[in-house]
Design a protein around this ligand. Structure first.
Ligand code: BTN
Length: 245
């Protein structure tokens, strides 16, 4: 399985996304080159947050791909297929994982995986994309400031061989990426919405106007979240414009 992926392993890096960036700057790496490290000293999360991961316990990796076939306006579909690949991988261990918009992976109300995608654009084309994935595998305890974190070990009570898991995970992701290559956006949307956390469930949210009750109805192709408020008003949210309570 591993021969499809060019895996470069490190013991310690500041961030695998940063290493992937260096790799892109120093030449043209193969499609699906994967940078993986046992430890990150400056693991980066969304919104400038630090990504915590205990050394040698979890998956912290970045994959370099070249989705030149994808219009920039559809770049959120990268996030959709990567999330779906991760869901397929996790559901092969145990059912019940969901995608929390835009691209966190949850088990019940706890986060098992975060994704940080960094695209390099040239006009209307996506030149290259770094897909950073932090997936909690064998870590048993998380710091107090991360009460919502969970690992596969916590959920299944099993220990995993990280090397095997990398290959399995990448295989699931590349399958879903192939779906994107066929530009089958309808199928991807169907699967993404089917696996979306809290879809069609009356839930509490917060936006600039305060807290409100509403139901997630889906996403636009640009990635915006569609929420129907209790008064039936449909609202569209960009990243960071809405909070789940
Ligand atoms: C999030 O905030 O949910 C996104 C977290 C992404 C973390 C991964 S770990 C591997 C890769 N390298 C990084 O520095 N960040 C991503």
């Amino acid at each position: 399985m591993s021969e499809d992926f060019n895996i470069i392993k490190y013991k310690t890096v500041s961030s695998t996304n940063d290493k992937a960036k260096e790799c892109l700057q120093s030449g043209k790496p193969e499609n699906f080159t994967v940078i993986i490290s046992e430890e990150q000293t400056k693991g980066r999360g969304q919104r400038g947050n630090f990504w915590h991961s205990e050394k040698n316990k979890n998956l912290t990796l970045s994959t370099i791909i070249f989705p030149n076939f994808l219009p920039v306006s559809k770049q959120f579909y990268l996030s959709k297929v990567v999330s779906l690949g991760i869901i397929d991988y996790l559901n092969s261990k145990k059912q019940g994982f969901k995608i929390k918009w835009p691209n966190d992976i949850f088990y019940n109300d706890k986060k098992i995986c975060g994704i940080l995608i960094e695209n390099s654009l040239t006009g209307t084309e996506i030149k290259s994309s770094i897909i950073g994935i932090g997936l909690n595998i064998n870590q048993k305890k998380f710091p107090e400031n991360l009460p919502d974190a969970i690992s596969l070990k916590n959920i299944t009570d099993k220990n995993y061989n990280i090397e095997n898991e990398v290959n399995e995970l990448l295989t699931f992701i590349s399958k879903k990426y192939n779906l994107l290559k066929t530009l089958n956006f309808t199928e991807i949307d169907f699967l993404y919405h089917k696996n979306l956390y809290k879809i069609n469930k009356l839930s509490n949210f917060k936006d600039v106007n305060g807290t409100f009750k509403g139901k997630i109805k889906g996403t636009l192709s640009e990635g915006n979240l569609i929420v129907q408020a209790k008064n039936d008003l449909i609202k569209y949210y960009n990243f960071k414009e809405i909070e789940f309570l």
